[in-house]
Design a protein around this ligand. Structure first.
Ligand SMILES: [Zn+2]
Length: 249
């Protein structure tokens, strides 16, 4: 068995690890969450405006009843004042003052109801706008969610493919070598095997000593980098290409 297989195994494991990180860390996850939060905020505002409108309408109904009472009171005072039944000047004066204050009350109440109606009108307008905003936010949330799900499905598919390749490859490697690979991987954060290119360890970028260089041409020899401790594998691009071609047959 060529040590190159351990290198290939490491490449697959690194790709699998990168895919796992993509699965957890895809920005689409955050974007979908933000769309959900934005939708929740708009729905909350809509609830608040609805509630406020309900209360304003209730206040308006009560205010209209109050206005009716004041208007009736004014009407009666008016009728009495000009009916000629009250002759006493003092009493008439008192009634006139009373009539004036009731009239003021009536006008103030009318004013209050008017501004309340305006507030209700703008509240209703805001509610109509919010209905549109909610629809847009729902659509945006669904779109983001769909994008996220598609991305996760894509990553899952790729992971399954790579995992299958990894399982196939691992079957070709002797158990002792697999254990060695596992130990090395643990010691070097998943990169326990290093390629040697132009006599340089690609794990730590340090030159391989001439004594070790000789061993690298023996395919059965296990050579470790004297600097970083990684298992060294030497193969040329041609060898790598030839091997890939062999896999594809
Ligand atoms: Zn090294």
């Amino acid at each position: 068995m060529s040590l190159k297989l351990l290198w290939d195994l490491q490449e697959l494991d690194l790709s699998l690890k990168a895919l796992a990180e993509q699965f957890e860390g895809t920005p689409l996850r955050r974007e979908a969450e933000e769309a959900a939060e934005s939708l929740a905020r708009i729905e909350e505002e809509r609830g608040r405006v609805k509630q406020e409108l309900q209360e304003q309408r209730k206040t308006l109904r009560r205010g209209e009843l109050d206005l009716e009472t004041v208007t009736a009171e004014h009407g009666e005072l008016n009728k009495k004042l000009y009916s000629g039944t009250v002759k006493n000047i003092k009493e008439l004066e008192q009634m006139e003052i009373k009539l004036g204050s009731v009239k003021e009350k009536q006008l103030a109440q009318e004013e209050k109801l008017l501004s309340l109606m305006e507030a209700i009108e703008s509240g209703e307008e805001r509610l109509r706008d919010l209905a549109g905003e909610v629809d847009a936010a729902v659509a945006e949330h669904q779109r983001r969610q769909r994008l996220l799900e598609e991305e996760l499905a894509r990553i899952d598919y790729e992971r399954e493919e790579l995992q299958q390749q990894r399982d196939e490859l691992a079957k070709k490697i002797e158990p002792a070598r697999l254990r060695l690979y596992g130990d090395q991987a643990q010691r070097h954060q998943g990169r326990g095997v290093a390629r040697v290119i132009n006599d340089i360890c690609q794990g730590c970028s340090v030159f391989i000593s001439s004594a070790q260089r000789g061993f690298l041409y023996d395919p059965q020899a296990l050579v470790y980098c004297e600097n970083c401790g990684r298992l060294l594998v030497r193969f040329t691009e041609e060898e790598a290409r030839a091997e890939r071609a062999k896999y594809c047959e």
